[in-house]
Write a protein that binds this ligand. Structure first.
Ligand SMILES: Nc1ncnc2c1ncn2[C@@H]1O[C@H](COP(=O)(O)OP(=O)(O)OP(=O)(O)O)[C@@H](O)[C@H]1O
Ligand SMILES: [Mg+2]
Length: 327
């Protein structure tokens, strides 16, 4: 049985002017199974958003899929026409963007913006689409969906707007949602509420989620598998307990050390600022010939400068791209 989503060897370049192309996604492969939550982690600029946009054929003009395949339910998405992709987006695969404030039209009431997603994919009457929108607003936790339906985006809080965006994404009951840091711009209480909502909706609808997040709490609670990305490549994949408890790749170790954890319940008032990984991510237009993490790596070995490591599958089911483990 093929996985719900199968990405193989995907490479995406951005070209601008006459300079070398920027390699945003580099020979990346991943699977998402039906009903599975896959967390994707990696520092700014490593290619997470580019990957999600490429999956749904939403890349800007300056980006090119150079090679690879993207299959959803066994069907190659790269060769679909614009109309076929529009039929798929929202109905079978939805995306929640990084900036919830930009996802809604500010001069229109939010209810019709949910209803129009339904209308785009179903031959239903206006009235039935409106009822469906109201029921989706109730699904995402609004106790007064009628009031929210008639509100403009600016009349809602950031957390409420993100609930509306989730209602839009869910409106046609897709099998897969690509979520790009859906809670990043919210305060920690609202983040926790939305994290619980996503978890509840995921199990209620049997949704598969490809969830980009730096919220380790959310990933530990929701993800069945966690992928770590660096400079356009996957460097490590495993269960959340494996990756968070005992990261293998030197980059994953540095990244997890550098991400803030939940506050200490013992009540220490001292806010520890975690040390960042020394050095900078490589320029995607000038990636080194070897491992892209080598210049920052505390564990570098002689082959690391010569060629990029291949993926090694370990006995416990984890995957890692590092010469320490084979490569
Ligand atoms: N429109 C664009 N034109 C040229 N380069 C781009 C464009 N968008 C992104 N890039 C480059 O592609 C690389 C990957 O960017 P991307 O936005 O996918 O990263 P990201 O992992 O989503 O980062 P963040 O965590 O900040 O959202 C970066 O080096 C970025 O500078
Ligand atoms: Mg991004």
């Amino acid at each position: 049985m093929p996985a719900l989503l199968e990405v193989r060897d995907l490479t995406v370049h951005y070209t601008s002017g006459n300079g070398a192309p920027a390699v945003a996604v580099d020979e990346l492969s991943l699977d998402v199974e039906e009903g599975e939550v896959v967390g994707l982690l990696g520092e700014s600029g490593c290619g997470k958003t580019t990957l999600l946009l490429a999956i749904l054929g939403l890349l800007p003009e300056s980006a090119h899929v150079v090679k690879g395949s993207i299959r959803f339910r066994g069907r190659e998405l790269r060769t679909l026409s614009g109309a076929e992709l529009r039929g798929l987006r929202g109905a079978e695969v939805s995306i929640i963007f990084q900036e919830p404030a930009l996802a809604l039209n500010p001069v229109r009431r939010v209810g019709p913006q949910v209803a129009e997603v339904v209308r785009a994919h179903r031959r239903w009457s206006r009235r039935r689409c409106r009822e469906e929108a109201l029921s989706m607003l109730a699904e995402v936790g609004f106790t007064a969906p009628e009031r929210v339906h008639d509100s403009y985006p600016h009349e809602l809080s950031g957390g409420e707007r993100q609930r509306v965006v989730i209602a839009q994404a869910l409106a046609c009951r897709p099998a897969l949602i690509l979520a790009d840091e859906p809670t990043a711009s919210l305060d920690s209480t609202t983040q926790a509420e939305l994290r619980a909502l996503l978890g509840a909706l995921q199990s209620r609808f049997g949704l598969a989620l490809l969830l980009v997040s730096h919220d380790l709490g959310a990933l530990a609670a929701l993800a069945h598998r966690v992928l770590v990305m660096y400079a356009g490549r996957l460097v490590e994949a495993g269960g959340p307990t494996q990756v968070f408890g005992d990261p293998l790749h030197p980059y994953s170790r540095g990244l997890l050390r550098a991400l803030p954890r939940a506050p200490d319940p013992a009540g220490s008032r001292e806010q520890r600022i975690p040390p960042p990984i020394p050095g900078m991510s490589p320029d995607p237009a000038h990636l080194p010939p070897g491992c892209a993490f080598e210049p920052r790596c505390p564990d570098r070995l002689p082959p690391c400068v010569e060629r990029p490591p291949q993926e090694t599958r370990l006995a416990d089911g984890r995957h890692v791209r590092c010469f320490k483990y084979g490569g």
